[in-house]
Write a protein that binds this ligand. Sequence first.
Ligand code: GUN
Length: 250
Amino acid sequence: MAVVIVGNDPASRVYVNNKKKACEYCGFKSEEYALPEETTQEELLALVKKLNEKDDIHGILVQLPLPKHLDDKEVIDNINPLKDVDAFHAVNVGKIMLGEYDFLPCTPSGVMEMLHAYDIKVEGKNCVVIGRSNIVGKPMAMLLLHENGTVTICHSRTKNLKEICRTADILVAAVGKPKFVTADMVKDGAVVIDVGMDRDENGKLCGDVDFENVKDKCSFITPVPGGVGPMTISTLMKNTLKAAKVQNNL
Ligand code: GUN
């Protein structure tokens, strides 16, 4: 796997280090391409092109967000879809919509795996996803739908957010705001999945859910750190293995 990081975002650095460690753990070769903040779009595209052509690289991951002057959409468009282990390329996103995918996006797929591991059924459940990003919210909703959940996506313009959240049997928070989901937004016995990676008022890592006040209301809740994050990485490893197999006709 080739991991590309541009600039000095500290959170991205932590994520990239964790991804490289996981590769090592799995026995995969990983190459890091750490580019300076002032990298141009042309330079980044040239690197992606080179990695597309390298036979010993099966997965390409460009860590997001990129510095503001770079166009992430064009970069993703230029990754060979067979090497797109994030499943961000339009071809892979389209396949997910159709339910016939090679790769699943890492975080939503990790969430589904966690639900399966705890034997939490989605079929017929009210599933509420807060957040509509291309990385988490939208594909998360799609995967829940594939398992026959009744899915609602909420976002910053949603009216009656609290009331809608309170209908959720499965509530997925992917908002990016510390402790955004409070106890009064959660139905008794709900399953609460926290995708947030935020900092609280003291600079301490926390999620989108007010864990301490919500935990006693629900049947299951994921902590931050140590909940969804490790699942994202494990799916990335699965995708990388799959990419290597597909590219070698195994
Ligand atoms: N930034 C935040 N999450 C992700 C992810 O899953 N993949 C990449 N490439 N960048 C991210």
